[in-house]
Design a protein. Structure first.
Length: 265
């Protein structure tokens, strides 16, 4: 399916690796000109070169979105070669601290990383989208914002805030041609997660075969209807749909891509 993204420019924050890299590469494959963002220029440039070598169009924007100055630099770099039609807010941080370990400073830092950084880019890029009469803002949320667990409470709370601000933004953007939505991933497999699973397997008795380890980990830690982890490309596909013209009538929505992990309507 052609998502009708040719002629559109997209900034994906935190796209020099991981989930953001999968998203920016999929948008580029669908014909969008993309801006790869990261804090490490070498890594961002490697992703942009991969896209260009595959026939796509890519620029880079380097900056720390936890500061106003960094957000200014990213916005200026992103807009240097044209308007931004699509903003994917993906950059952020995670933490596995417990209630007894997470200080108030940890809470404040997590909120700045995961919520205020999203706001910074909205404030810098959405006003110019309004002049275009069309735009897409997609926020990467998470199931723990809907169904929190007792661990990492400061992280869980920031995911909930992302979902909340996205809906508020959708209301603000009424009849502008710009939509605001959330993609909420479940547990996504990547090399770092695989390494952790292999190291944890002896403790939990999950065996030595990687596929067996992954299956047992899902059953014990993140039971869901598909019986497996998700992939970055599956999240990227959901983002691509929300950016497409086929999603013109979708705004203020949360698209859960979690295999049925979240048990609610």
């Amino acid at each position: 399916m052609d998502l009708n993204l040719k002629g559109k420019r997209a900034l994906v924050t935190g796209s020099s690796s991981g989930l953001g890299e999968a998203i920016v590469k999929m948008l580029a494959a669908e014909g969008a000109s993309v801006v790869v963002h990261g804090r490490n220029e070498e890594r961002a440039r490697k992703v942009s070169e991969d896209i260009i070598n595959s026939g796509g169009t890519a620029d880079i924007a380097i900056g720390d979105l936890t500061t106003d100055e960094g957000a200014d630099a990213v916005a200026q770099a992103a807009l240097k070669n044209g308007q931004i039609d699509i903003l994917i807010n993906n950059a952020g941080a995670t933490s596995h601290k417990l209630w007894g370990d997470a200080s108030t400073s940890d809470w404040a830092d997590m909120y700045n990383n995961n919520v205020v950084s999203y706001v910074r880019m909205i404030q810098r890029l959405v006003p110019q989208m309004k002049t275009l009469g069309w735009g897409r803002v997609v926020h990467i949320g998470g199931g723990l914002g809907i169904q929190p667990i007792k661990e990492q409470p400061h992280y869980n709370a920031t995911l909930a805030a992302r979902h909340n601000l996205s809906i508020s933004l959708a209301r603000q953007l009424k009849e502008t041609g710009i939509t605001s939505n959330v993609v909420s991933p479940g547990a996504i497999i990547n090399p770092m997660v695989e390494d952790w699973l292999v190291s944890a397997a002896p403790k939990f008795g999950w065996g030595t075969d990687l596929e067996e380890i992954k299956y047992k980990a899902v059953q014990e830690l993140i039971p869901n209807d598909t019986g497996r982890f998700g992939t970055p490309e599956e999240i990227a596909g959901a983002v691509g749909y929300l950016c497409s013209t086929y999603a013109d009538y979708v705004s203020g929505a949360t698209l859960r891509v979690d295999g049925g992990t979240i048990r609610c309507m």
